[in-house]
Design a protein around this ligand. Structure first.
Ligand code: IVH
Length: 668
């Protein structure tokens, strides 16, 4: 097979072939060769690149997964903000939109495009000279996460654009999503492995795109559709229809089922038609997007606040179904919250079978007057868990049973209480097994201590057998104890022990998050760990001091104070510490020491990195960051809108540098 040619020529040919077949398979949905033949091409290229490492290129299909897991994502500021669309829910609202557009443009007719509104994660990709150089999430629209390594693993995203004349730079936007079939297969695998199932394809896509290890991301069936060329004008593109055609020409999966309409009535037909047929697609859409086709007109229309005036989303109504409440049970959550849940006669709605619905609390049950045996209408909107919206009173027969929330926790029997000003009942007992189980699951979960193998089933066993009554106990489990558990062999016991050992390496902020302190999510945990880099420092700080941290409000501060103030919790912290879990932040060892002893001050907003990221990078290279400029300061790093610090630096003759120069210094 082509062995006469030079390895370089063959490698190039293989890359071209694989790229072509990737496109046929993942973009065009029209494969030309069997999977087996494709695998052979990929294998040949992999071997060739191994033998001749100098031939490897960044756009090689073998380089979709590159590098090691990341510590975290860097923040990317979008050059052009990623706006969101206003929503409409009816044909009439679409007509009003059309009237507004025409009025502002002072024209009688406007052509529109109608596109699918994919339900996924918004992303923006940059290609330079045809090569994918950056992928970022939408984030808050102004700045998102740099997820380039993860985007590269998506097979339908070309690492290299195709076509004759490629633009120097092009930024395209679209949606990363998971097909329904991919989602079903992923969940099946997870359940088999004892991992929790994802609730819907959107959550699965979002969760996958945020994984720090691209090797893991590659195992997730992610896909992407693109719908916007950001620098279209520069490229001479004049309509949205053309933008989609250009993207398709470059090998990008773009604008699925785009329809161009000459008037709003055709737009309405297109929207309603798709609404009827939405189940025919293998992916979830939550509506349609209507855009003025002419980019010139789009520019003229502009935007208000966060949404453009040239486009609008037509959202499909939430799907509903009628079913019967067979029973109402009470669930105990991780923080001790008691939630009433309706057990329903199974019913198929919005693409999945529903058999439970949350009833939130007693107030909600009373408001809707829901009784056991009632026929109810449930609705599944954007939310994950369906809700009961109405009781069909006309179908009430006999004497349906009223339900009252219990006064005790249904699991441990301790009295439940309703804290002042809250609607929820809580079980306050720290040793409630139900809470303990949920807490341990959280402690072991991916974003927390990431203890592989410690899933729901095993947690249930450990608590039921009274082998574990707090986090600390996990670390004194022995091989024999574990191997004696049902469905647990010596091999799994060893795996778990090594996973537990590995979890001792998690940084302090992850440990803090893992503790499951009420209101302390991963962001707050990072902020707390930054301000108070040890458990002792945190415990010594009062609520007021804690609340002085940016991300920490008074409610969080009180919650942390009371958690660390409890004698029982401090005993657990001690156990963790003795076990070797990190109860304080580790100062990073300077990597190259290129900035050893240098003093920096940061001011203004840096375009491509957050202050925290800049500080970490400087400290990692041996430098120090302080908050005020003095004659001993070596560099002031000034971003946009620098404040008085820059003026002071000028006065003192301190060197002022920008982000780019900082990056160069960091690179040594
Ligand atoms: S255009 C100015 N087109 O829906 C906004 N968005 O609220 C440009 N979305 O953030 C977006 N499918 O993440 C556009 N065909 C489509 C879309 C789409 C899904 C998402 C996107 C956006 C949100 C709008």
């Amino acid at each position: 097979m082509g062995t006469k040619r030079s390895p370089k020529a063959r490698a190039n040919e293989l890359r071209r072939l694989i790229q072509h077949h990737d496109r046929q398979y993942y973009v065009e949905n029209d494969p030309e060769i069997a999977d087996f033949e494709y695998d052979q091409l990929l294998e040949e290229l992999t071997v060739l690149e191994k033998q001749h490492p100098e031939l490897a290129t960044p756009d090689s299909p073998t380089a979709r997964v590159a590098g090691v897991p990341l510590e975290g994502f860097t923040t990317v500021r979008h050059a052009v903000p990623m706006l969101s669309l206003d929503n409409t829910y009816s044909a009439d609202e679409l007509r009003q939109f059309d009237a507004r557009v025409k009025k502002q443009l002072a024209v009688n007719s406007v052509a529109y495009t109608v596109e699918l509104k994919l339900d996924g994660v918004g992303v923006s990709l940059t290609y330079e000279n045809g090569l994918l150089v950056r992928g970022a999430t939408r984030g808050d629209g102004e700045q998102g996460d740099d997820v380039t390594a993860n985007i590269r693993t998506i097979r339908s995203v070309p690492l290299k654009l195709t076509g004759e004349e490629l633009p120097g730079a092009v930024e395209i936007r679209g949606e990363v999503f998971m097909s329904r079939s991919g989602f079903a297969a992923l969940n099946e695998r997870r359940v088999r492995d004892g991992a929790p199932a994802f609730v819907n394809p959107r959550n699965a896509a979002a969760g996958s795109l945020k994984l720090l290890d691209p090797k893991e991301v590659q195992k997730r069936p992610l896909d992407a559709f693109f719908y916007q060329v950001v620098n279209a004008f520069e490229l001479g593109i004049v309509t949205q229809t053309e933008a989609v055609t250009v993207m398709v020409g470059m090998g990008v999966k773009a604008g699925p089922h785009l329809t161009r309409c000459d008037c709003i009535e055709d737009v309405i037909d297109a929207c309603l038609g798709r609404q009827e047929r939405r189940r025919e697609l293998d992916y979830d859409i939550d509506g349609m997007v209507v855009k003025v086709d002419s980019l010139e007109m789009q520019l003229q229309l502009g935007a208000t606040g966060k949404s453009p005036r040239w486009g609008i989303a037509y959202k499909f109504p939430a799907e509903s179904a009628t079913t019967v409440v067979q029973d109402i049970v009470v669930q105990v959550g991780r923080t001790g919250r008691l939630t009433p849940v309706a057990l329903l006669e199974s019913v198929f709605v919005s693409g999945s079978t529903v058999s439970r619905a949350t009833l939130h609390n007693q107030d909600e049950i009373d408001r809707l007057d829901i009784r056991i045996g009632d026929t109810v209408i449930i609705e599944k909107g954007g939310e994950v868990i369906p809700k009961v919206v109405k009781v069909v009173k006309s179908k009430r027969t006999g004497r349906p049973r009223r339900f009252r929330m219990p006064e005790e926790c249904p699991v441990c029997g301790e009295p439940a209480s309703r804290p002042d000003g809250e609607v929820d009942l809580r079980c306050e007992s720290v040793s409630c097994p139900a809470q303990l189980k949920r807490r341990l699951e959280h402690f072991a979960s991916r974003g927390a201590m990431d203890i592989e193998g410690l899933g729901k089933a095993l947690v249930d066993q450990l608590v039921d057998e009274e082998m574990v009554s707090d986090y600390g106990d996990l670390y004194s489990l022995t091989r024999d104890e574990l191997a004696a558990l049902e469905r647990m062999g010596e091999k799994s016991a060893d795996n778990l022990l090594s996973a537990l050992e590995g979890s001792k390496e998690r940084p302090f902020d992850r440990v803090l998050y893992a503790l499951g302190i009420r209101h302390v999510g991963s962001r707050v945990a990072s902020a707390l760990a930054e301000g108070f880099p040890s458990m002792t420092a945190l415990a010594a700080a009062g609520a007021e001091e804690l609340a002085a941290i940016d991300e920490v409000g008074p409610v969080i501060a009180v919650s942390v104070e009371s958690f660390l103030g409890a004698q029982r919790n401090m005993e657990v912290m001690e156990k963790l510490k003795v076990a070797g879990v990190r109860t304080e932040a580790v100062r990073r060892v300077p990597r190259s020491g290129s900035l050893e002893g240098k003093r920096f001050v940061l001011t203004g907003e840096l375009p491509g990195m957050t202050r925290t990221a800049a500080t970490e990078a400087i400290e990692a290279a041996g430098g120090r960051v302080s908050s005020s400029v003095s004659p001993r300061t070596d560099y002031v790093v000034a971003g946009s809108k620098p404040g008085s610090k820059e003026r002071k630096a000028k006065g003192l003759g301190v060197t002022i540098i920008d982000e780019e120069k900082l990056r160069r210094l960091l690179a040594g």
